[in-house]
Write a protein that binds this ligand. Structure first.
Ligand code: PHE
Length: 503
């Protein structure tokens, strides 16, 4: 930098026309490496507005390997001429000539030497010299190019030599520089901030300030990112919305055993209710009372039946109903919503509802199980709908995710009859995998709510984690949720697109 500033200062015009002329001490910086050093120095000075500069690109001519050889030992024709005896002596045969200078040189040089009348044949057919001291023009031209990078003969000469593969072009970059608005012979450090101290001492008056760099890109900002589960959830939500569904408020994680089990006609002695399957709350341990008349109807249905059922004929305890628990399925939400539908002002109206939210099960965690996960849940309530509608819905719903090959298998749920497990053909695994559980809700569940007799309710549930793991090729669910989650991966995983197929 100092060399540049001093050269500019010493120059009458305040310019450096050719940076290849610059020297640091006695070292020349004309080489490409030297010019790179100069560029770095110029850039730094430019940022301080001490200099301005422009880049100049030249095409220089340089010798090829063959060209260099000609400079060293003459052109092929010259070498042929040199190898021959003077006129009057016995001439050389092609064979002898070849053994002296090599086949390549004979091939190229012999014809040229003849053409230029440097050599001739004697009476016996042997080759002899025809001139005393030929001028090796090619070698001369190459020497000029080697030292100056060009030739006074211009393109005519250069292109001809290029055609003969004796020279080639090479790009060379150098710079011209001139003084900038902040030119000085020494590099000043520029202030980046105006400080209180500078104001107090008056130093700001003499200080030089660094220019703002409005072209700087700045640091990448560290934003938030959606968790893969949330991305897949959003896709499912859109499919539900597209199909005319309304989202249920599913933000109540703590439920009563009444809504989670009793209201769904799950017997109080059912194994799923046991401590090892369900998380119960210690404190508070007891819920607010459910609607009294509804509770009575539910109790009676469990104990003695009704609505065409004989019930479970087992004791039904209020204490059991009032237990608080972490909901084991979002069907607790659907149940409460169905009760609302039956008892809303103006009475029941058909509805299509869904929710995608968290559920809790007291299970040991492993690669495919967590104690909390998400359920994708839906209900369709309308007059006179059938199992056929449920199958049709599944085909449409999963079809919109590109999952066209479904199978249905009879199953058992305490609250649905008939019940069906849904299987999908998994191309990658080459087998049928269970993707959901569904059914038509029992009258023992619906009629105590006050839903009209002709109303049928279809319901289903499946996990959000399973399709997410398949989508993102995640083997272990514990790396998707929990303390082993890779936050970096969460940030960089692409937005999910379910491979929706066109019909
Ligand atoms: N609650 C069921 C489950 O947790 C899913 C389901 C919902 C089944 C509605 C039938 C009807 O697997």
């Amino acid at each position: 930098q100092t060399a540049i500033l001093q050269t500019l200062d010493a120059s009458a015009t305040g310019t450096i026309d050719d940076s290849r002329q610059l020297k640091v001490g006695t070292t020349s910086l004309a080489s490409p490496e030297g010019q790179a050093v100069i560029k770095a120095a110029l850039d730094s000075l430019l940022s301080k507005e001490m200099v301005e500069y422009t880049q100049i690109t030249n095409n220089l001519w340089a010798l090829t390997e063959e060209g260099k050889q000609i400079v060293a030992s003459g052109s092929h024709e010259f070498r042929v001429w040199s190898a021959l005896p003077v006129a009057g002596q016995p001439g050389l045969s092609v064979k002898d000539l070849t053994s002296k200078v090599g086949a390549e040189t004979v091939k190229v040089g012999q014809g040229r030497a003849f053409k230029s009348k440097w050599i001739a044949k004697d009476a016996t057919g042997g080759f002899v010299r025809a001139v005393e001291a030929p001028v090796d023009e090619t070698a001369e031209q190459l020497r000029t190019i080697d030292s100056t990078g060009t030739h006074p003969g211009g393109d005519a000469v250069l292109k001809e030599l290029q055609k003969r593969k004796l020279v080639q072009t090479r790009k060379q970059i150098h710079y011209s520089a001139k003084k900038g608005p902040q030119f000085a012979t020494e590099v000043k450090t520029l202030e980046t901030d105006l400080t209180v101290e500078m104001l107090a001492s008056g130093a700001w008056e003499k200080a030089a300030f660094k220019q703002y760099n409005f072209a700087a890109k700045g640091e990448p900002t560290d934003g938030g990112a959606l968790h893969p589960l949330l991305k897949v959830r959003e896709e499912f939500r859109q499919i539900f919305f597209d199909m005319g569904f309304t989202e249920m408020p599913a933000n109540r994680f703590v439920e009563t055993a009444f809504w989670n089990f009793d209201a769904m006609f799950v017997p109080q002695q059912h194994p799923a209710r046991e401590l090892q399957d369900t998380f119960y709350l210690k404190s508070p341990s007891k819920a607010l009372a459910p609607p009294a008349d509804y509770y009575e109807r539910v109790r009676k249905t469990h104990e003695t039946g009704g609505y065409g059922s004989i019930g479970y004929r087992a004791p039904f305890s209020r204490e059991e109903s009032d237990k608080l628990l972490l909901r084991t399925h979002t069907t607790a939400v659907s149940t409460a919503m169905l009760y609302e539908l039956a008892n809303q002002p103006g009475g029941f109206k058909p509805a299509k509802l869904f929710s995608i939210d968290r559920v809790f099960r007291n299970e040991a965690t492993d690669a495919t199980h967590l104690a909390e996960f998400h359920q994708v849940e839906g209900v369709v309530a309308d007059y006179d709908i059938t199992l056929g509608h449920l199958i049709g819905f599944m085909q449409e719903f999963f079809g919109r995710m590109g999952n066209k090959t479904l199978r249905f298998k009879p199953a058992y749920n305490p609250y649905t009859e008939p019940s069906m497990e849904i299987f999908s053909w998994h191309e990658g695994l080459g087998k049928w995998i269970e993707i959901g559980n569904s059914g038509v809700f029992r009258p023992e569940m619906l009629e105590p709510m006050g839903l009209p007799k002709g109303v049928r309710v279809l319901g289903w549930g499946f996990s959000l984690e399973r399709p997410t793991m398949i989508k993102y090729k995640i083997q272990d669910i514990r790396t998707l949720v929990g303390h082993k989650t890779d936050l970096g991966a969460v940030k960089t995983r692409p937005a999910v697109r379910l491979e929706k197929q066109d019909d």
